[in-house]
Write a protein that binds this ligand. Structure first.
Ligand code: PCA
Length: 328
């Protein structure tokens, strides 16, 4: 009897120890810096991703969103995840263009200008995106698009000659190259500084989505909006692979499922907001214009130049991505 009691006590003790070890390490916390503020759909998508993970991981993992560069500034987020300063993060893909040509593909004009083609381009480039991230020990979780990129200016633009010599905002290596080819001067300005840059004439034109114009109340400093729909860029969310691999399989699966759902949500919002936000710009007094045939043909020509420049930089894997894109 004594023996049984002892055994029970030992068992109980070890169960208790297990229990306490279990609860001490039960909740893993991940910090997730995002570059854009709470007003953008990208951060809303990130929040719903985190909420889904938190709700479904049985208290094992909680992801905390730090939006608008509040924890880590946009240019540092990629490195912070890579070096395990944080576990997961979001960046604008094109920003990383100098690390790998596949990231540049995301900002090339007139390659995929509507959502159906942009989804195909994403599917075609996904294996290379994954590979590029894997080289840095990162795992791609999801990518979410912005509405198509349109032209903001303070005068009507009927051809590139109307933009000649202006200072043009750029937000990636590819858009700096684009600004050059458009006969403008690229100025690298993060979204958070756009309003001030316009009002101090540090920039005089920009290409970005209607959503970003709405978030930045661009009617305060911009008069014209030309719907060139030049490309559909994306943000992506990735985690550190070593940290991800340490989670149990069920928790990993919760993350992957939430990522799939976030991606669907992001694409649905990107499609929807393009129209809504263009209307908001108009309601606030911005003149909305369709691009002239001349402007479109000049921009398309630049697009062709940029595709061939990209292909010579990306080599055989670039050819393969574009072949797949065309076959979808
Ligand atoms: N808005 C972001 C990136 C693309 C977009 O539509 C920006 O302008 O920074």
């Amino acid at each position: 009897m004594k023996f049984v009691t002892n055994r029970t006590a030992v068992l109980l003790a070890s169960l208790l120890t297990l229990g306490s070890v279990g609860s001490a390490s039960a909740e893993t916390r991940w910090d997730m810096p995002t570059p854009y503020g709470d007003g953008t759909h990208q951060t809303q998508v990130a929040r719903s991703f985190a909420e889904e993970v938190n709700a479904n991981s049985n208290g094992k993992l909680s992801i905390n969103i730090h939006s608008g560069g509040s924890l880590i500034k946009h240019p540092e987020i990629h490195r912070a995840v890579k070096t395990r300063q944080v576990q997961i993060g979001e960046v604008f893909i094109g920003r990383l263009g100098n690390l790998n040509p596949i990231f540049k593909l995301d900002n090339i004009p007139f390659l995929a200008t509507d959502f159906d083609s942009a989804e195909k381009l994403y599917q075609a480039s996904k294996p290379e995106l994954r590979k590029a991230l894997a080289k840095e020990n990162l795992i791609l979780l999801y990518a979410s698009p912005w509405p198509a990129q349109d032209l903001y200016s303070n005068k009507p633009v009927n051809s590139l000659a109307d933009l000649s010599g202006l200072k043009m905002r750029s937000y990636s290596p590819t858009t700096s190259r684009l600004a050059d080819l458009m006969g403008t001067t690229p100025v690298n300005i993060p979204f958070s500084d756009v309003a001030q840059a316009f009002t101090t004439n540090a920039i005089e034109a920009m290409v970005t989505s209607p959503s970003t114009g709405v978030n930045g109340q661009s009617w305060d400093y911009i008069s014209h909006f030309t719907t060139i729909h030049a490309w559909i860029p994306k943000n992506m969310v990735f985690a550190n692979k070593r940290i991800f691999d340490r989670l149990d399989e069920a928790t990993q699966q919760v993350i992957l499922t939430a990522a799939e759902n976030a991606e669907k949500k992001g694409w649905a919002l990107g499609r929807k907001l393009a129209v809504e936000h263009t209307d908001t710009l108009a309601k606030n007094g911005i003149t909305i214009a369709e691009p002239s045939d001349q402007l479109i043909s000049e921009m398309q020509q630049i697009g062709q130049t940029m595709v061939s420049e990209w292909l010579s930089e990306a080599g055989a894997s670039g050819d393969a991505v574009l072949d797949t894109f065309q076959s979808l």
